[in-house]
Design a binder for this molecule. Structure first.
Ligand code: PLA
Length: 526
């Protein structure tokens, strides 16, 4: 039973009970046992309903309760032992016991008859959690969804749409899924390194089945959570095994690269890549920066369709880049998120990676099937590490698995089976290549149409031909932040603030509208 002292401490009110315990025992027994607890319950309910609804909550509290608030300005902490659940503080520990625990631990006996009190307030233990800014790419889609205009266009995220601007599921994907149903595949856990058939297929697709690195078992391949997850896994590996190394990242690059290395606590710096004067590659600047970096750095390279610029080195330039990387004992780290999507040919888009492997260099390659197979939400990709010996590859793989296990345990099977079925079946594989050519072809047509419209409408004589020389899903328009904002605010064209537009989200029919929006933003906004 709650003693008078306990009760008084619980309510913190300077009452007669505190002053003189005899007063408590002078109250008739029935009153002590029934009426007082009933009153307390009633008070409790009042508090947990009315106070939650009240905006001016501090004013509606009894004075003595207000005093219980420990923290000064924000009133964050009510009392030790209070649980705060998304803005509602519920004292689950009886206050009597809380107070006693300061001097002696509560026993079972002392719990008997304790007062359970719920106190609702507008404070939270998450008061210090600040609002995160929206993601610069995926946040654009959220803003797009909220816009009710008929004219709106989502050119933010790099996701392929049909001419009707609808998402597209490849026919080969549907066929591969049908095969899975027919075979009655189960949903057992995959091994940590993923589906064997997928790992084999993905490495062969990237390096070529007859590549000596594959033949000699020098490639450690681990299925991971698409391109992002594969990059993140490799970043964690770098952090552990190359703690003094830095990663060199192109300027500009896909925004998430920096997040990934920051998150893995891997230091990075930028190398020059884009030259705004020529709207092309700053090749000399790139080589200078890669040369100037500390020996043994990682150099992050976009295997094809550089994001966001759409500017790729030529085969000769790739060779020179490989020369410098070799000379400096750097480790190339390729991000291949668009194989087959840049040129329409899987082999051509993998040629940069193969140039480096042919030189016998050890390197990393992160792969993604989000774009080329349209498996965005299946999160299917892989990290490949080409090593100089099969023994090194085995050890590297074992460590990648060790990192993956506590991170996400093992990867999802659905996308892995789709890829394995498509790549492993000659007729599906051919069909995939045709579908990919169609998708890449539609983007090229849109690119041409945007250029034609810009050239027609812009009477200033500005040369827009850089749009045609860029490759892949994106066009780097050269629009600055304010101009990009104008595209969105005035024209309902959703795009990233760095001036990148995804041509894969555009239809031929909307090219003219886009050209008008670009010209207005380019000339009328500074
Ligand atoms: N690497 C690069 C260079 C990318 O552009 C992207 C995706 C990825 C990796 C990762 O893709 P994945 O995890 O889905 O395999 N970039 C997109 C989407 C298409 C995004 O930002 O997540 C983009 O709009 O830039």
């Amino acid at each position: 039973m709650a003693s008078p002292a306990m009760l008084s401490t619980g309510f913190n009110s300077p009452s007669a009970f505190t002053a003189n315990p005899k007063v408590w025992f002078s109250i008739p027994f029935l009153c002590r046992i029934v009426l007082i607890p009933a009153l307390l319950c009633y008070f409790n309910i009042q508090c947990s309903t009315e106070e939650v609804l009240s905006t001016n909550w501090t004013e509606t509290w009894p004075r003595s309760w207000k005093e219980r608030r420990r923290s000064s300005s924000q009133g964050k902490v009510l009392d030790s032992g209070s649980d705060i659940i998304f803005g509602t503080v519920v004292s689950t520990v009886p206050i009597t016991v809380q107070q006693e625990q300061k001097t002696k631990p509560a026993t079972n006996d002392s719990n008997f008859g304790r007062v359970r009190m719920s106190v609702a307030v507008k404070v939270s233990r998450f008061e210090d959690v600040v609002m995160a800014p929206p993601d610069p790419i995926l946040g654009v889609s959220e803003a797009f969804r909220a816009d009710t205009s008929d004219m709106k266009l989502n050119l933010g995220v790099g996701a392929y749409r049909t001419e009707e601007l609808q998402p597209y599921v490849l026919n080969v994907v549907k066929k591969a899924e049908y095969l899975m149903l027919e075979r009655g595949e189960n949903k057992e856990y995959l091994p940590i390194e993923g589906l064997d058939a997928f790992n084999k297929a993905t490495a062969e697709l990237l390096f070529g089945a007859d590549n000596p690195a594959i033949q000699q078992g020098r490639v450690a391949t681990v299925q991971s959570l698409s391109g992002t997850g594969s990059l993140r896994l490799a970043a964690a590996f770098i952090q552990r095994y190359f703690p003094d190394a830095k990663v060199l990242i192109s300027s500009p690059t896909w925004g998430n690269h920096k997040n990934i290395f920051n998150d893995a606590r891997v230091p990075w710096s930028e190398y020059r890549y884009y030259d705004p004067r020529t709207v092309g590659l700053d090749f000399e600047g790139m080589l200078e920066d890669v040369k100037a970096a500390q020996d043994g750095s990682f150099v992050l390279l976009h295997g094809c369709a550089h994001n966001p610029t759409g500017i790729d080195p030529t085969p000769e330039q790739w060779s020179k880049i490989a020369d410098v990387i070799e000379e400096k004992n750097h480790i190339p780290f390729f991000d291949v998120a668009y194989q087959g999507f840049a040129s329409g040919s899987l082999d051509e888009d993998a040629s940069s990676v193969r140039t480096f492997v042919d030189r016998g260099l050890e390197l990393f390659v992160a792969q993604s099937y989000s774009k080329n197979l349209g498996l965005y939400s299946e999160r299917i990709g892989a990290i490949n590490v080409v090593c100089s010996s099969p023994d090194a590859a085995t050890r590297v793989k074992s460590q990648l698995k060790r990192i993956a296990r506590p991170m996400y345990s093992n990867p999802p099977v659905h996308g892995a089976r789709i890829v394995a079925n498509v790549v492993g079946d000659p007729s599906l594989f051919d069909e995939w290549k045709q579908e990919m050519e169609l998708m890449a072809g539609r983007i090229k047509n849109v690119r041409q149409r945007v250029f034609d419209n810009l050239s027609d409408k812009d009477k200033s004589g500005k040369d827009w031909s850089f749009i045609l020389t860029q490759i892949g899903m994106f066009s780097y328009t050269g629009l600055n932040n304010a101009q990009s904002n104008n595209m969105t605010n005035k024209w309902h064209v959703y795009m990233t603030k760095d001036g990148r537009i995804s041509l894969a989200g555009l239809s031929l029919a909307k090219c003219e509208y886009l050209a008008e929006a670009i010209i207005d933003s380019f000339y009328n906004v500074i």
